[in-house]
Design a protein around this ligand. Structure first.
Ligand SMILES: *[C@@H]1O[C@H](CO)[C@@H](O)[C@H](O)[C@H]1NC(C)=O
Ligand SMILES: *[C@@H]1O[C@H](CO)[C@@H](O)[C@H](O)[C@H]1NC(C)=O
Ligand SMILES: *[C@@H]1O[C@H](CO)[C@@H](O)[C@H](O)[C@H]1NC(C)=O
Ligand SMILES: *[C@@H]1O[C@H](CO)[C@@H](O)[C@H](O)[C@H]1NC(C)=O
Ligand SMILES: *[C@@H]1O[C@H](CO)[C@@H](O)[C@H](O)[C@H]1NC(C)=O
Ligand SMILES: *[C@@H]1O[C@H](CO)[C@@H](O)[C@H](O)[C@H]1NC(C)=O
Length: 549
């Protein structure tokens, strides 16, 4: 194949290559047993209530400042206490260096408890709200490689307190929208006019006796530029620029809530160039039984919801298609893997979110394969022994592992004497696809080649991706993953985009180069940093950071 140049319009060419070389289709027939757990650190010092992976391969981890002393004591104390709860001799935020497996302390000025965040186009994290004096704050974090970066608080504040609100990046405005929060039935843009807009969905879904049951609403950017917003059991498509509800979707079936403190989770399934990104399908999984919050106050823990619903939000025909997970589950994280499968991890089987309100940790992650026939989509993966309850989180790393951390249903850091002590161990779930057995199929040395003198690619333009492959080239897909901001079972801004590959060439033996198209629409792939992964026969490479400008 050396020196040959194949022109392709889409992925079909690779199947043709396959037929030409008459090789058996190799399939990933691996079983769940191949997934493994690895303990990375015994003590992160700080509860991973919130996590986000930066394009400098560090993971931001932070908690609330109101839980008293953490287990990370600072050498130098800041003596001016800004609130009675702030124990400023302890870190409440750390940065985890993925390559070195080390943490360093960061410094928060106000309480970030139950806050929200989004990466903006330059790779900085715009983080908003929290508790007490932090509830109207706007903070920035610009990732660095020299260990010098730290949190910066902006002078301008949110228009109202936003505690348990959701955040989503808006590419057209290069701003974020903050939706909801405790007793905040509105949304606002940051940066933006100092104004907020009433959101009737948040009034109509509010359950006074269940701590709202509509907090941390699920917000997704549809590829038509409008916002899908789901709270409790109901959802709308919002034109946030004109402040008009364009669609009211059917109520999701099942007798229970899906939003905090019922705390189900939600993703948009992978977006695909094959339909020009016109199909957007939302998935919602798990949640708490009706009345679970009240029952938990009396130490009765109701079984969580087992159901998931899928609904296409584009087009004209909307209905929830329901299916059941292998078990009941709430407070789980849903993570889109480079293979396009969805990982459901962490959480509990009974109760609801909040302080000491859940029992029976869900130790076994589930893998969900969206394209399999119904009834053959879920797989139960290897269980861990570490409970990950309220205030835990999980994120996908560029190397393909899933970082799992946190958990603290107690109001303070408690290492003993309680049912579920504060969990500070840091783990990685190592997927089956990372096994050496698949080394031969795995693309390596993935390198992004931008147009000359550029440091990124514009929407609609092409860029090169070179990679090394030791086996015959078969079924390739190239995907871009937007790293989310994760907290309270939500991965804000998470999306996986399957990119179009136009030209493919063999540069030399085992070295290939693909010409890949950055999606035309900013609503498909908003400007920012993405994990770019080459997937060959279901085996992903390590990711390289792609910048769309
Ligand atoms: C964690 O602590 C245990 C018990 O002290 C020890 O055996 C183990 O090596 C430690 N692991 C790491 C990753 O530090
Ligand atoms: C990114 O943009 C934000 C907001 O304008 C700014 O505060 C930050 O310094 C920028 N970061 C870099 C690395 O330019
Ligand atoms: C709408 O979707 C439902 C459920 O998927 C299907 O049964 C029905 O035929 C669809 N109707 C139209 C007009 O496409
Ligand atoms: C791939 O990367 C490895 C390690 O960086 C390097 O040793 C090797 O030469 C590279 N292979 C090619 C074909 O570029
Ligand atoms: C190629 O890979 C894609 C994505 O992983 C998958 O949907 C498709 O079925 C595969 N095609 C073949 C022929 O294996
Ligand atoms: C695909 O979508 C883009 C952006 O929405 C649009 O500009 C383009 O015309 C579409 N292409 C086709 C073939 O429909």
């Amino acid at each position: 194949m050396d020196g040959t140049r194949a022109w392709c319009r889409s992925l079909e060419c690779f199947i043709l290559v396959l037929l030409l070389f008459n090789r058996a289709v190799w399939r990933n027939t691996a079983t769940s047993n191949q997934w493994s757990w690895k303990l990375l650190l015994n003590n992160t010092g700080v509860v991973a209530m919130h996590m986000a992976v930066t394009h400098e391969n560090n993971v931001l981890i932070f908690d609330q400042t109101g839980a008293g002393p953490s287990q990370y004591r600072l050498h130098r104390c800041n003596t001016h206490r800004r609130s009675g709860y702030d124990s400023s001799c302890y870190a409440h935020s750390v940065e985890y260096d993925v390559l070195k497996n080390k943490i360093r302390a960061l410094h928060l000025a106000t309480d970030t408890g139950c806050s929200s965040g989004s990466f903006i186009s330059n790779g900085s994290l715009l983080q908003t709200g929290g508790n007490r004096l932090g509830s109207r704050k706007v903070r920035y974090y610009s990732p660095c490689t020299n260990n010098q970066c730290d949190w910066q608080e902006a002078e301008k504040e949110l228009t109202v307190r936003r505690w348990y609100a959701s955040s989503l990046y808006l590419p057209r405005e290069n701003a974020v929208i903050i939706v909801g929060g405790r007793l905040a039935f509105s949304y606002e843009l940051v940066p933006g006019p100092s104004k907020h807009y009433d959101l009737p969905l948040l009034h109509s879904t509010y359950e006074r006796n269940s701590k709202g049951n509509n907090l941390y609403p699920f917000v997704h950017l549809s590829t038509d530029g409008h916002l899908f917003i789901f709270a409790n059991r109901n959802s709308i498509l919002l034109d946030y620029r004109r402040h008009i509800v364009l669609k009211t979707f059917p109520t999701i079936p099942g007798n229970g809530g899906r939003s905090y403190p019922s705390s189900g989770s939600s993703v948009i399934l992978p977006l695909d160039h094959n339909d020009n990104f016109t199909k957007v399908e939302v998935m919602v999984c798990g949640g708490a039984a009706h009345g679970a919050y009240r029952a938990a106050q009396d130490d009765r823990y109701l079984p969580a919801l087992s159901s998931c619903g899928r609904m296409v939000i584009t087009g004209r025909n909307h209905s929830w298609r329901m299916e059941n997970m292998p078990g009941p589950r709430l407070m789980s994280d849903m993570i889109t893997l480079p293979t396009g499968d969805i990982l459901i991890i962490n959480g509990a089987k009974q109760g609801c979110a909040g302080w000491n309100s859940a029992t029976l940790p869900a130790f076994e992650p589930y893998l969900y394969r969206p394209d399999n026939p119904t009834g053959h989509r879920f797989q139960v993966l290897k269980s861990t022994k570490i409970a990950r309850l309220y205030h835990s989180s999980a994120v996908l790393l560029p190397d393909g592992r899933i970082l799992v951390a946190g958990g603290n249903p107690n109001k303070r850091y408690m290492s003993s004497g309680v049912d579920h002590p504060t969990e500070l161990r840091l783990q990685a779930l190592v997927p089956d696809y990372m096994s050496n057995r698949y080394g031969h199929h795995r693309p390596q040395n993935v390198t992004i080649i931008y147009p000359e003198r550029e440091t990124g690619v514009m929407n609609g333009n092409t860029f090169g991706v070179s990679f090394v492959l030791r086996s015959a080239l078969n079924n390739i897909s190239i995907v871009a993953y937007a790293p989310p901001f994760t907290t309270h079972s939500l991965s804000m801004n998470q999306r996986l985009v399957r990119l179009e590959c136009r030209i493919f060439e063999t540069v030399s033996k085992n070295l290939f180069e693909a010409t890949v198209v950055a999606p035309t629409s900013i609503y498909v792939a908003p400007p920012g940093f993405y994990m770019l992964t080459v997937v060959h026969d279901g085996i992903p490479s390590r990711s390289a950071w792609l910048r769309i400008m």
